[in-house]
Design a binder for this molecule. Structure first.
Ligand code: GDP
Ligand code: MG
Length: 303
């Protein structure tokens, strides 16, 4: 049957896992474009981001989620963990990612236990196999396979792509027949404005090393298309204390300048045009307790 005659299929696969196991890296690789930001720091992903992969008549929607961790105490942390679990609820399949090097940590244990309790089967993928020797993988796979709740275990490297095609083909095979959920040229459900703010937040995460303020947010304030086909973007970096503002600015404004350069370079690539990026740093003490900010991020305030 020719491709355009094949029945359309579509569905959601939610990706769950402890912080930092590579969920966003995997979503970006499967989508083939960056839709979700990545950093070596925990809690980089704050809300649910959907990435969309078209393959013939099939539309695979990947739901990237914030990492699930125990002892989420602060309001923002609780909202993030809640968003992760609710991302799994209506998905056609759940893929739990495990870090090959870190193995089954407390957070992963908790996730698997919760899934068993809910009676849902999950797929597992051991990620970052580029970082371990193959002889270490079998014992880990054995320890993960409880014989009941795990459908299948994949071994992948989201970073270099090993094993990802097998995983993709398997996921595509799971999709039920039905109409596509998004227009076929759409790559993500988040807007360009939001993605642009996320990219600046990623550069801040990457440049702030150990001193990353927990409550740092970026919002795109204005987005103006100019006559010469370039775009002027103004963003505000919100922090909750004056000392954090000084950290973000850096000596003589060096750090924010470097962040702005990195972000602009990536935005120009993403948008395929010239970008004029302006960053402002503001102190907003109570943002982490402001219901409206949670709405903007797609999170629930009272989680
Ligand atoms: P998330 O918190 O689960 O979304 O994890 P990220 O996708 O943000 O990745 C966390 C860190 O792990 C980043 O520094 C990634 O570059 C790195 N990472 C992700 N996948 C792999 C992989 O397959 N191999 C290696 N070596 N690093 C990876
Ligand atoms: Mg992430």
């Amino acid at each position: 049957m020719a491709e355009d005659e094949a029945p359309r299929r579509a569905g959601f696969v939610a990706i769950l896992g402890a912080p930092n196991v590579g969920k966003s890296t995997l979503v970006n690789r499967l989508v083939g474009s960056k839709v979700s930001i990545v950093s070596p720091k925990v809690q980089t992903t704050r809300s649910r981001v959907r990435g969309i992969r078209m393959e013939g008549a099939a539309q695979l929607v990947l739901v990237d989620t914030p990492g699930i961790f125990e002892n989420a105490k602060r309001r923002l942390e609780r909202a993030m963990v809640h968003a992760a679990w609710s991302g799994a609820q209506d998905a056609d399949a759940i893929l739990v990612l495990v870090d090959a090097k870190r193995g089954i940590d407390e957070n992963t244990k908790k996730i698997l236990k919760t899934l068993v309790k809910s009676g849902r089967k999950a797929l597992l993928a051991i990620n970052k196999i580029d970082q371990v020797s193959h002889t270490d993988l079998l014992p880990l796979a054995g320890a993960l396979d409880d014989g009941t709740s795990v459908d299948r275990i994949f071994m992948i490297s989201a970073l270099d792509g090993q094993g990802v095609d097998d995983l993709l083909n398997y996921l595509l095979g799971l999709l039920p027949e039905g109409p596509w959920l998004y227009p076929e040229d759409q790559l993500t459900d988040i807007t360009e404005r939001l993605l642009a703010a996320e990219i600046t937040r990623e550069k801040l995460f990457l440049q702030l090393y150990q001193e990353l303020p927990y409550s740092l947010a970026v919002e795109t304030e204005t987005w103006r298309e100019l006559k010469d086909d370039s775009v002027r973007i103004e963003q505000i970096v919100y922090v909750s204390r004056p000392i954090h503002k000084a950290m973000v600015l850096g000596k003589g404004g060096q750090r924010i300048k470097a962040v702005g350069q990195d972000s602009r370079t990536e935005l120009e690539e993403l948008l395929a045009r010239r970008v004029h990026l302006f960053l402002f740093v503001k102190v907003r003490e109570s943002w982490a307790d402001d219901p409206e900010r949670y709405r903007d991020m797609g999170l629930e305030f009272d989680s």
